[in-house]
Design a protein around this ligand. Structure first.
Ligand code: BGC
Length: 740
């Protein structure tokens, strides 16, 4: 129907219905793409009946909402998001519909994107996934996600961009902009405070205004104000007594009034709970409330949605006028005209060579070299005769599972496959499973084709791996988490920081027979590493999507010099995080975010806690030297700017990229301020011996805190320090200046 209607509009234009020759009918304003979008909306609304208005503000199927068929206004088709375009599902069910053309490229998970610390990568990601969405005829991409990484136990961290609001803000903007260039709306999620999964429908974070504005909102604000996001998804949780999907403070006051958001607020699927609140508190488009839809009753199941018949009845009874309805319809029509009925959008493309290349490149840039004693990496392919590859994550498909971000890829290259392809016949590669984790192969009827069942005991599996390790020159262990429940998976949180499935015992056994174990951690979350001192090289390998194996192989053998940096802290133990030390995590009902502002590295700084690996940490196969930081002027006017300059030199023997990070410290303030906060980063690409003068512009906003009494950002006069370094725990140089 949708294709037909858009064709109809196109046909009308082709027939010249818009030209004003006297005997031809004039194209109505709402169908005329040359008219201003607000004029089109006014015209469409003037023609719509009450029933038609009600029909476009709630779902008509699992992932679509109705247009206005009588007027040729197109349906709106949404899709998950955020790592690739989800397979088609049945009209009323979550399971795949069994189409054969609904595959996609899986791009690296958003944690990996954030780990690139490269805004060009975020733009490439947005462009590529936007083109795939467009080709698959989707109007709204349900992503990206920018909830802050508060605890390593949150099952959904892999879909987000880490612990720091500044990093997430810089990365989300290009993603959103480049998706939307395709005439596909980004739907930024989950607004706001969806930081745990198990009790996501009933948890109610208790967070003060300052923490809200400084930590949990900035990435959403940037997506809206700088990225120009056309839609936003309300979160499942409650905040200050109301569900986030119909929350007066979050949606009306902050998002729409303070930030001037002109797009549509879409509920998370089943996140709407109260008709009156849904009417008054900022929700525009309701999805997923009664998902059995047509199959359960004589009437259309979607008619019982809060924003369907129940709303209509309240208008008919006189309890509500159409004031709120018209506002919702206006926003939904704006979304439809920007996307589904956008006649200027490009054609898009699916599983193109460019998209596969993009997935590969983003993946290689996101890989983080956590530890590399004695230059264990890269693997020397000339000296190496035999490589033992151990671990389930060397072979397990990771693009299915994990909840709504699960995909159906045309191809996924596993780490084992990627390595085999890269090293060719000259190096022998042996494989041992090592442990058995999650053997699921079918997810929502998408079949990975893998059959991973293995009945051997832990003892047998370890013995096999150890024997193999003894025979090899290089031992690579691919372990970590996976997309099964209670791992990196929507709707459940992890049970512990430690590695599951007895992997610690396997790693320890391997370290007893080799001094050169290389551990590659596949996860979207931090894990504990009690054996760290016995393992010389450790790599954070994320979920890298379709090209995972090729990206990892390229870094492991040194085709690509690693340049990723951690977007979140790896704590030694859970109590080394603010959330688990001072706050509560994943709770039914009120959940106290007692650590306040002290999320991630802010906690380590404040409490002098040494992390396992710090925020911003990541090594390279080359080395970088930082010269002295200088400031353009020692005093800065309020509203002014200073420029911090630092020369950075590649002092090693191969080309490499370095993420130069700027943190700001407020030396004396009337309120508690984190010891330092990220306020700039630049990724430089340097040949051996090359120096670049890296520059950061620091403005008043970078010095400000949110004053919850005055309800505004304040930069207090006084001394500030600009700290420049290679990680949050590796500051190499600093310079002070004074704000007048
Ligand atoms: C998830 C969203 C997702 C939606 C549609 C919800 O359960 O929280 O992130 O976009 O389902 O699949």
């Amino acid at each position: 129907m949708k294709r037909f209607l858009s064709k109809l509009v196109a046909m009308g234009l082709a027939l010249g219905l818009s030209s004003c020759s006297c005997n031809e009918p004039k194209l109505p304003d709402y169908l005329n793409p040359e008219k201003d979008i607000e004029v089109r909306i006014d015209d469409a609304m003037s023609r719509m009946t009450l029933d038609e208005k009600i029909a476009i503000i709630h779902a008509q199927s699992k992932f679509s909402s109705a247009g206005v068929p009588r007027l040729g206004i197109a349906e709106l088709w949404t899709t998950d998001g955020p790592h690739g375009i989800r397979p088609e599902v049945l009209w009323d069910e979550w399971v795949q519909a069994g189409w054969t053309n609904d595959y996609c490229v899986a791009f690296p998970a958003l944690t990996a994107l954030a780990a690139t610390w490269n805004t060009d990568m975020a733009a490439l990601y947005g462009k590529s996934i936007g083109e795939e969405a467009r080709y698959r005829e989707k109007d709204v991409l349900l992503g990206p996600g920018v909830n802050i990484y508060r605890s390593p136990l949150n099952g959904r961290n892999f879909e987000y961009m880490g612990e720091d609001p500044y990093l997430a803000s810089r990365m989300v903007v290009p993603y959103v902009k480049c998706v939307q260039k395709n005439g596909v709306a980004a739907c930024v999620k989950h607004y706001a405070l969806n930081n745990s999964e198990t009790y996501r429908h009933t948890t109610e974070p208790v967070v003060d205004d300052r923490t809200l504005y400084e930590i949990y909102l900035p990435a959403f604000k940037a997506a809206v104000q700088e990225g120009g996001a056309w839609s936003i998804m309300g979160a499942y949780n409650l905040f200050r007594g109301e569900h986030a999907c119909h929350n007066d403070l979050l949606l009306n006051k902050i998002l729409k009034e303070e930030w001037g958001f002109d797009g549509a607020v879409i509920s998370d699927w089943g996140g709407t709970h109260d008709t009156r609140e849904a009417i008054t508190n900022g929700l525009d488009l309701e999805f997923g409330t009664w998902t059995d839809g047509l199959t359960m009753g004589k009437t259309n199941g979607y008619d019982v949605y809060h924003l369907a018949n129940p709303y209509k009845e309240l208008i008919k009874s006189g309890e509500f006028t159409t004031k709120e309805l018209d506002e919702k319809v206006r926003r939904v029509l704006r979304l439809i005209f920007r996307t589904a009925m956008n006649t200027n959008k490009p054609t898009g493309s699916l599983v193109s060579d460019e998209h596969i290349e993009a997935a590969y490149t983003i993946g290689t840039e996101g890989v983080v070299l956590l530890k590399n004693d004695n230059n264990t990496l890269p693997i020397d392919l000339i000296k190496t005769k035999t490589i033992a590859v151990i671990g389930e994550n060397a072979i397990k498909m990771m693009t299915i599972g994990g909840g709504s971000s699960s995909l159906k890829v045309k191809k996924e290259v596993s780490p084992l496959e990627g390595l085999r392809k890269r090293v060719g016949k000259d190096v022998e590669i042996l494989y041992a499973r090592g442990y058995v984790g999650d053997t699921t192969s079918v997810y929502k009827r998408v079949d990975s084709g893998q059959r991973l069942g293995d009945d051997r005991s832990e003892k047998e599996l370890i013995a096999e791996a150890v024997e193999m390790a003894k025979k090899a020159d290089v031992v690579l262990m691919f372990g970590g988490l996976n997309k099964a429940k209670k791992q990196d998976c929507e709707s459940t949180d992890r049970a512990e920081l430690g590695l599951p499935y007895g992997q610690d015992r396997l790693i320890t056994a391997l370290t007893e027979v080799t001094d050169n174990l290389i551990y590659i951690n596949i996860s979207g979350n931090a894990v504990a590493m009690p054996w760290i001192d016995s393992v010389p090289a450790i790599v954070q390998g994320w979920y890298l999507g379709s090209e995972a194996g090729n990206s990892l192989a390229a870094v492991l053998v040194g085709d690509v010099n690693p340049s990723g940096k951690l977007p979140f802290t790896f704590p030694v133990q859970l109590t080394d995080t603010g959330a688990h030390s001072m706050g509560e995590f994943s709770k039914n009902g009120e959940e106290n975010y007692g650590e306040g502002l002290l999320v991630g590295y802010r906690w380590n700084d404040a409490k002098d806690v040494t992390p396992l690996f710090a925020f911003g940490h990541g090594l390279s196969y080359t080395t970088f030297e930082y010269g002295e930081a200088t400031v353009s002027r020692k005093t800065m006017k309020n509203g002014g700017k200073v420029i911090i300059t630092v020369p950075v030199t590649n002092t090693g023997s191969c080309r490499g990229k370095e993420v130069v990070q700027l943190y700001i410290a407020d030396k004396k303030a009337s309120v508690m301020r984190p010891e330092k906060e990220l306020k700039g980063f630049v990724k430089v690409d340097l040949a051996p011996g090359q120096t670049e003068k890296v520059k950061f512009v620091v403005d008043t906003q970078a010095l400000s805190f949110f004053d919850d009494k005055q309800h505004c950002w304040v930069a207090e006069p006084g001394e500030f320090e600009a700290l420049v370094g290679a990680a949050s725990d590796d500051i190499r140089t600093s310079v002070s200046f004074v704000l007048k």
